[in-house]
Design a protein around this ligand. Structure first.
Ligand code: AMP
Length: 553
């Protein structure tokens, strides 16, 4: 059995490596030596800072506060002391490591932690709900910290927070699996796009190799990565590339994938989170109006008095766990389905034209369940007409799709092009904030933003945003960010990076004030991009490119 000590030592070694090639090689070597399937599964997920695949409904529900409390119990150090350590190191993981080195509590009994024993504790923690669950979680975590060595505590903390700081993303793990069992990367990639579980992919690669991976098929209730779109350069170019173009409205809502087997429905968001419970009226209408045995792809929008409401409203519904019915009245939803990935068997390898026929045959349109209208044409005027029609109806623009293209999960390619009215915004990670003044002193009313360096995974600040928020936005954001507070210093608050804001700005300037070397002039909050993970935020390269492009205008 793989011990957590061995795992942590390995993490400590690779944490210092910045070359992607070397990281991949080291990880390949490490995972190849793991015999046990469970150990391999756990190691692969843990290296990425994941405990469950993204679509799994289980979550630890352990925030920074619970970690502070359990470390306090395990070490006898005061919260104040631990906070100081976090400020010094800028990393809760390292702070816990030092706390354990300095612990004043004597431990008599220490159990050796293994990856499997950790998973058992994580499963137990994630199953706790309701009254008293916080206390029991703290107790279980404190027990883990009591058994942990300082080095183990560093990685345990980071694992719980979902941020290993190893610079190991999905791409590196995918390449390492390919290297370890000598399988073509594309085959590993495809298996991953269909299962969204690299742990499972690694186990299949080890036991059954290439053939096993190729046999993996789409399964009901396991979400498939969604096909994405590129920006269309122009309508002319799209017609030149595709010939005939399938034109649809680009709805300004949120992507969903619905799995319906005749008994059960599950609905996943673009990040593949299970959002079924938040959408009861959609579930009911799918049951009544869609043939069973399908996986559908579409966009949910919020509509009031026939007009689309801003996109945040849909996310408000997605996040809602309680009093869902109240929200149903406030924010009515409609789904426009535009694709089908499965109908009693995979349909992704059929051309769009064929999938469209299937889509039309499985859905009976109803009040809330619609099929996106589609026009197939090679006439640029006609495409422009549909685009304008979509804008007039309050939507974002149009999608131009190649009618003979296959559905390639996770792919952002030339077969789907998006045509939007241009406004260059940035999607940036919220890393810190500040409490407001006067009547807003109970609200976090300014947010510091960072872009990402894709090579090192480091976050680099680019500015602060304090305008563009409504009072309602600030109330909601304050609630959302409170559990992420790592520590406070006067009015300033440092967050665990988790959420992405879309911001508009007037100009990008060079400035030594922020880590990126750039600063946004007059940044304005556009919306919370709850559908994006931190690693999907804009990169330092994109900021630099936008900076350069200002001079060309
Ligand atoms: P973007 O998020 O800007 O990359 O644009 C792609 C997104 O547009 C997709 O992920 C969908 O959420 C959304 N979308 C809206 N309408 C459509 C449509 N008719 N076909 C495909 N995607 C659509």
């Amino acid at each position: 059995m793989l011990t957590f000590e061995e795992f942590s030592k390995f993490c400590n070694v690779i944490e210092k490596i910045s070359s992607t090639l070397e990281l991949t090689a080291r990880i390949a070597e490490f995972i190849k030596k793991i015999d046990d399937d469970k150990d391999l599964y756990n190691a692969v997920l843990f290296l990425m800072g994941r405990i469950y695949p993204p679509w799994d409904e289980r979550e630890l529900g352990v925030g920074v506060g619970l970690i502070y409390e359990s470390i306090r119990i395990a070490t006898g150090l005061s919260k104040r002391k631990i906070e100081d350590l976090v400020k010094e190191t800028g990393d809760l993981g390292k702070a816990c490591e030092i706390a354990l080195k300095n612990k004043t509590q004597l431990t008599l009994f220490q159990e050796e932690l293994t990856l499997q024993s950790l998973r058992e504790v994580f499963d137990a923690i994630s199953s706790l709900t309701g009254e008293g669950s916080q206390k029991r979680k703290i107790r279980m975590l404190a027990d883990l910290y009591i058994s942990a060595s300082p080095l183990e505590a560093r990685y345990l903390t980071r694992l719980i927070l979902g941020e290993m700081r190893l610079g190991v993303g999905e791409g590196i793990i995918r390449d390492a699996i390919a290297k370890a069992w000598k399988v073509n990367v594309d085959i590993v990639e495809r298996a991953y796009m269909i299962t969204n579980d690299l742990g499972r992919v690694a186990v299949v690669a080890k036991n059954e190799g290439k053939e096993g991976l190729e046999k993996i098929k789409i399964e009901m209730h396991i979400p498939v990565k969604m096909m994405l779109a590129q920006v269309a350069e122009s309508i002319d170019e799209a017609v030149r590339e595709m010939g005939n173009v399938a034109v649809e409205w680009k709805f300004d809502g949120s992507r969903i994938q619905a799995h319906w087997d005749g008994e059960r429905i599950t609905i996943y968001s673009r990040r593949l989170e299970n959002v079924t419970k938040a959408l009861p009226e959609i579930v009911d209408e799918i049951k009544a109006n869609v043939k069973k045995g399908v996986i559908l792809d579409g966009e949910v929008i919020a509509v009031k008095n026939g007009k689309p409401m801003p996109f945040q409203n849909v996310l408000r519904r997605f996040r809602r766990k309680y009093e869902v019915s109240k929200m149903m009245e406030k924010i009515p939803l409609i789904v426009y389905f535009f694709d089908v990935l499965y109908y009693n068997a995979e349909t992704i390898d059929l051309p769009l034209k064929k999938r469209r026929e299937i889509l039309l045959s499985v859905i009976n349109e109803s009040e809330r369940i619609k099929i996106a209208k589609q026009v197939i044409t090679n006439d640029t005027k006609e495409i422009e007409r549909v685009y304008k029609e979509a804008l007039d109806a309050g939507h974002e623009g149009a999608m131009l799709k190649n009618p003979s293209s296959l559905y390639i999960p996770g792919k952002r390619g030339k077969n789907w092009l998006k045509l939007k009215a241009v406004m260059e915004t940035l999607d940036l990670i919220v890393v810190a904030g500040e409490w407001g003044e006067g009547k807003r002193s109970h609200l976090i009313s300014s947010y510091e933003l960072a872009c990402i360096d894709p090579v090192t995974g480091k976050l680099q600040t680019v500015g602060k945003v304090a305008t563009g928020f409504t009072d309602e936005d600030l109330e909601e954001l304050t609630e959302l960010f409170k559990p992420l507070i790592e520590y406070e210093e006067g009015k300033k608050i440092v967050f665990q990076p988790k959420y992405v804001f879309e911001v508009a700005y007037q100009e990008i300037q060079k400035s030594p004030k922020y880590e990126s070397g750039f600063a946004l002039r007059f940044p304005r909050f556009v919306r919370l991009r709850d559908d994006k993970d931190v690693d999907e935020a804009d990169t330092i390269e994109r900021v630099a490119k936008l900076y350069e492009s200002q001079f060309k205008r």
